[in-house]
Ligand binder design. Structure first.
Ligand code: HEM
Length: 482
């Protein structure tokens, strides 16, 4: 009783929500993925308003569904709401103790790592330099699709592989052989597929170390495997850089210099705020983050967009005509509509506040997890007419003059949707993701006509995996346009 009384004032000022769940219930909540909670949250929001608190375990989790409150938190009080909750034991293990952008708390190391990625790799002028890698991957994807018997393609595995290759080439250099890419892909898949199983290790880690010893061993083994694959690539770049340096010193530039700057090179150069270079392990987890943050998100988005182009042939034909006449506004509108209607992440990654903060008249305590509901905002009927329909045209007026490019995806003035998040933690690669989506959608529609497979329909049902994917993956009948 004493305990309850002393914590009462704080609890009271949290956003409202059902106060208690039975203990067993709690355990189930923990295991349910956030998206399974979405329908529950929807009814809780209807009852309690745009901010709801669930007491998950001992930690309050606040869910924000209103674009206005998200703007207030992430833009107006951006510095306060930019932190992350402490990572789980397994995440800590795989991120070399939070040496990754996603997991680090909002301090000098996070700023440095994030700035390195945005300035050295994701800057528009740099993005142009990776065009050779894009062409190589597009040709590979086109050849794979063409080789499917009867022209019937199940796209998702091909899309995933294409996005993965592209990021591997940006990370380690575009001279890499396909055999090397396949090795990395193999470990990556295994880690991803086992994520749910490894998550369980985080509930009472001391207990799981006794009961789930084999699973812990598997996790350690996969981490080793990841090192075995990546460290030779990192060392090869270190050597190449040293050779280049000595050539430059001796003034014997043979013109065989590199075409591009791979991400790993920038990490080898980087100095942490405490004036020390990154350790090999930390470079491994940063490269890993680069590959895994961008593969499923982008390939899922691409699949959803292509699914809508198959389902609505008139949209596909209009897109084809506009590409033919080199008008790209509609292309951008199609991609934006895809991200609004089918955001790969239905929630941004969990946020936290550095100190107790206020939002919408309630207190957000330091130990709370704050979730922003991406899909709900994109489907908000007060902002979007017929929100569940796929209508790219809605973006053509957003900038005036029929230009979709005027739409502000950063939400800095006002949030209408936030597929990449907004504010200081906004996806640093939103520009790269948009470029890749526009590039592949345009080329796939340019090269092939996409139709439904005879006797089948495109089913837009969702299923939560690492991202929100198509429950029944897209299959399409393709034929060459020329
Ligand atoms: C369609 C594709 C993508 C979508 C929808 C997407 C979405 C997101 C979202 C919602 C967040 C969380 C924002 C927050 O916590 O407030 C995020 C963070 C992040 N994304 Fe992306 N992303 C995509 C592609 C990529 C790519 C291609 C990369 C890397 C090459 C990438 C790297 C990151 C990183 C490093 C963060 C963490 C930022 C931080 O914590 O400071 N993403 N992304």
């Amino acid at each position: 009783t004493l305990n309850l009384l002393s914590s009462a004032p704080n609890k009271k000022s949290l956003p409202p929500g059902p106060l208690t769940f039975p203990v067993v219930g709690n355990f189930l909540w923990l295991r349910k993925s956030l998206s399974e909670l979405e329908p529950v949250l929807r009814s809780l929001h209807a009852r309690y308003g745009p901010m709801v608190t669930l007491h998950i375990g001992s930690q309050p989790a606040v869910f924000v569904a209103s674009p206005t409150l998200a703007h207030e938190a992430l833009i107006h009080h951006g510095a306060v709401f930019a932190d992350r909750p402490p990572p789980s034991t397994t995440v800590r293990l795989l991120s070399s103790n939070q040496k990754s952008i996603i997991t680090s708390s909002a301090g000098p190391t996070w700023r440095l790592l994030r700035r390195n990625l945005t300035a050295e790799i994701l800057h528009p002028s740099r993005l142009r330099s990776y065009s050779r890698a894009r062409t190589r991957v597009l040709n590979m994807l086109g050849a794979e699709l063409k080789s499917q018997p009867g022209g019937v393609v199940r796209v998702i595995e091909h899309f995933q592989y294409a996005m993965f290759c592209l990021l591997v080439l940006m990370c380690f250099g575009d001279w890499l052989e396909e055999e090397q890419i396949k090795q990395i892909k193999e470990v990556s898949r295994r880690l991803l597929l086992n994520q749910q199983r490894f998550n369980v290790l985080n509930f009472w880690p001391w207990l799981s170390k006794l009961v789930l010893r084999k699973r812990w061993k598997e996790l350690y083994e996969l981490r080793e495997c990841r090192k075995r694959v990546l460290i030779p690539l990192i060392r090869a770049r270190l050597k190449a850089k040293q050779e280049q340096l000595s050539k430059a010193k001796e003034n014997r530039n043979d013109g065989n210099g590199d075409w591009i700057v791979p991400y790993v090179d920038t990490l080898l150069d980087l100095e942490l705020p405490e004036q020390r270079k990154l350790e090999e392990d930390q470079i491994v987890s940063l490269c890993w983050e680069f590959l895994s943050a961008g593969t499923d998100t982008t390939s899922t988005a691409l699949q959803w967009i292509m699914a809508n182009l198959v389902k609505y042939p008139e949209i596909q034909e209009r897109l084809y005509d506009e590409i033919k006449s080199v008008r790209m506004a509609y292309l951008k509108a199609v991609v934006l509509e895809g991200l609004r209607r089918h955001p790969p992440a239905h929630f941004v990654l969990p946020h936290a506040v550095k100190e107790d903060a206020e939002l919408g008249g309630y207190t957000i305590p330091k130990d709370a997890i704050i979730n922003f509901m991406v899909a709900e905002m994109g489907w908000n009927a007060e902002i979007w007419e017929e929100p569940m329909a796929f209508k790219p045209e809605r973006f053509l007026n957003s900038g005036g003059g029929g230009e979709a490019s005027g739409f502000d995806i950063t939400g800095s003035r006002e949030i209408k949707m936030m597929p990449f998040g907004v504010g200081r933690r906004i996806c640093p690669a939103s520009g790269l993701a948009m470029l890749h989506l526009e590039y592949f959608v345009a080329n796939l529609v340019w090269q092939f006509k996409w139709r439904t497979v005879a006797g089948e329909e495109v089913d837009l049902s969702e299923k939560q995996e690492f991202t929100m994917v198509m429950k029944n993956p897209l299959r399409a009948q393709i034929s060459s346009r020329n």
